[in-house]
Each structure stands twice: as C-alpha cells, then as structure tokens.
Design a protein around this ligand. Structure first.
Ligand SMILES: *Cc1c(COP(=O)(O)O)cnc(C)c1O
Length: 377
C-alpha cells in the first residue's frame, strides 16, 4: 500500500523499538503483576514499575503518581467523575472550554445532568481562551478547571502554566488533558502546579488501549474515587489485571518521546512549513489556529472553494481528517472550528494534516501536487 499517513493526531504507528520492548511480555514474562508468590509476578511487577517511572519522567511527576488506564478517555472520566464523587457535595461547579475533546465535553454533560454546573469558556479566532474570563468564572463552588494542553484539531496550545497559577490562586483543582502535547511539548506538573493530567500511549508511538492518569499525591493528597472496582490493584484506584505488555510499550514510547522531543520538532515542523507555504498559495486557503502557538505537527487548513469531504475523496491514498476522529462518524462541522468563529461552510471546508516521525519531504510534495491538481480540475 503506497499510502501517505497524515493523521497522527488520530493515532500513530507503534514504533519498532516499542514493539520489541513489548514482545517478551506476551510469551516469556507473562506473569500477573499482582502475583506476589513467584518470579513471573515479580518480573511483571518490576516491568510495570520501570514503565511507571518513565511515564512519570516525561511529565516530571513522581512514579507513584501514575495510574495506568485503558486510555485517555478513561483517564478523563476517572479524573472528572472521580473528583466529582469525592468533593462534589461541597463544590459542584466545573469550568472547562468549548474546544475540549468529546471525552471531556461528554463527561461534563453527564455531570451537568446530575446537578453540576458547568461553565464552558469561549475561545477567540485563534482558539485561545481569555485568562481574565477564566479567572472571573471561578467561584467558591468551583471544584476544578478542565483545560487541554494542546488542541487535537488545530494544535493551538493553551498557556497551562498561567492556567495552573490561576487555579492555585483561587484554590481550585486543575485537570489537564495532555494527550496531544505529551511527547511534543515539555510538561512539568511540579513547576506548573497541575493536579491531574491524562496521557495516551497511542498518540505517541505506543500501543492502543493503554493510557495514564497522573494524580498529585502531596499537598494536598487528592482523593479520586475509582471508576473500576475489584481487587485493589494500583492502590485501589483502578482494579483489573494490568496490561503489562501495553504498559511496557507505553514506558518505552514515553522514554523515546522524551529523548527525541527536540529532534522530532525540528524535523516535523519543516514538513509542515513547506506544506503550508505551498498550499496557502492556492486561492482562498487559510490556516486555522494560532500559528505562533501551535503543536509542531498539526496543520488545519481551510480550503474555502471546496468541501473538505470532496477534497478528501480526491486525495485517495492520503490519510487526513476533517474534524476529530471521534466525530468523523457523524458528518457535521467541527465544534472546535465553529467555536473559533468559522462559518459552517468554512468549517466543512477545513482539513487537518497531522504529521509524524516517519513522514518525508517526498510525501509532502506529493500531497501538494495532488491538491494543486484538484484545484486545476
Ligand atoms: C485522542 C485524544 C483523547 C482520547 O484518547 P484515547 O486514548 O484514544 O481514549 C483525548 N483527548 C485528546 C486531546 C485526544 O487527542
């Protein structure tokens, strides 16, 4: 298959080193990490502990602050519902933002039906939140602020250090969805006081079905209620036999991401720059998002003269997306782009190109020539 994959914000290929690190844990070291009575269990437990440390290091957390889950969606549910269950009777207001991922918005919607008040902050044309509006929205009843680090559709980066400082000053908790930024931006949950943060392995060249939730353990120790009960694994916070190969793969992916962060950024942003320089020469093509403050791999372009769905059909073997993967089952305009003030037509004429480590300049040139031809047709 001679396909070009430009949809890395939906998911990434698993890197060979990650697969190799995982393999022994299927057939050789297949013990249950909770088995205390034999070496199979001890080996698995040690592997989990090593991976936990690597994931923690990627965000500058402590090892014990990392809980493994089935992915960012579960981590998001656990963070929001888990805090709401523990502290919701005193504080029943949550602040978030209109451009969050569906996993956050849908979870908040469930809580709002249970009596929580949810404030969703608007964004400007670049996808940025107004920090003064954030500050004004926080009341004595505000349990938490849920704000993503980088947007999956446009790459726009929220100023999480400033958001964390505001939350701290107003004595409210800060939960950050860092699923897109992890491995692309430096994250330091201690320097920027973040209380909870979620990650997903498959967005950073690790396997699908494994994610993590960082929960601060000190000053204050947070009490998050478990979503999944049974057996007391992971300090009672998330029961169920650990996915040891997945966890090992996640640890390896996190270590590689940390090592290669700079290198990836330099290489991948060059590809994006060429793509945007060439495609914005076409009539009525513009960039969505904050070009000064964006993930290095993401390009969201509006092709005003065309419907994105038509262009995508013409792209044939080039994998891109309109809207996020989760929403593409439903043919509607992106909620993120609409929130940024694009018209429905403009939103439906926009395509996300998200680059990754294995993309090449030849591929970029092929994408440029294919789209240019569609314009001449
Ligand atoms: C992909 C993604 C998620 C969901 O992650 P899963 O691990 O697939 O559940 C959540 N938030 C953002 C910003 C994402 O990009």
């Amino acid at each position: 298959m001679n396909a070009i994959y430009l949809d890395h914000n939906a998911t990434t290929p698993v890197s060979i080193e990650v697969v190799e690190a995982m393999l022994p844990y299927f057939t050789q070291h297949y013990g249950n990490a909770a088995s205390k009575t034999h070496a199979f269990g001890w080996i698995a437990e040690q592997a989990v502990s090593d991976a936990q440390l690597k994931v923690a290091q990627l965000i500058h957390a402590e090892k014990d602050e990392i809980i493994f889950t089935s992915g960012a969606t579960e981590s998001i549910n656990m963070a929001i519902k888990g805090l709401a269950a523990t502290y919701g009777s005193n504080k029943n207001h949550i602040v978030s933002c209109v451009t969050e991922h569906a996993a956050v918005l849908d979870t908040l919607h469930v809580l709002s039906r249970q009596g929580f008040t949810v404030t969703l902050l608007e964004v400007d044309r670049l996808g940025a939140v107004d920090l003064e509006a954030l500050e004004r929205s926080i009341t004595k009843n505000t349990l938490m602020v849920c704000m993503m680090h980088a947007n999956n559709e446009t790459g726009t980066i929220h100023p999480i250090a400033a958001i964390a400082a505001i939350c701290k000053a107003h004595d409210t908790l800060f939960f950050c969805d860092a699923t897109q930024s992890a491995g692309k931006l430096t994250i330091d949950v201690k320097e920027d006081p973040i209380d909870l943060l979620c990650l997903s392995a498959h967005k950073m060249y690790g396997p699908k079905g494994i994610g993590a939730l960082y929960i601060k353990t000190k000053r204050p120790k947070l009490n998050v209620q478990a979503l999944i009960d049974g057996g007391g694994h992971q300090r009672g916070l998330r029961a169920g036999t650990l996915n040891v190969p997945g966890i090992v793969g996640f640890g390896k992916a996190a270590a590689i991401a940390q090592e290669q962060l700079w290198e990836d950024g330099v290489k991948i942003s060059k590809l994006r720059t060429i793509l945007e320089q060439q495609l914005t020469l076409l009539p009525d093509v513009f960039i969505n998002g904050d070009i000064k403050n964006r993930l290095f791999n993401t390009s969201n372009l509006c092709f005003k003269q065309h419907q994105a769905a038509d262009l995508i059909k013409g792209l044939k073997n080039i994998a891109v997306s309109n809207g996020s993967a989760c929403a593409s089952a439903i043919a509607s305009a992106s909620h993120v782009l609409l929130a940024m003030g694009l018209s429905k037509e403009e939103a439906q004429s926009s395509i996300r190109f998200s680059f990754g480590r294995t993309n090449t300049m030849e591929e970029v040139n092929q994408v440029i020539s294919t789209i240019s031809k569609l314009y001449q047709a």
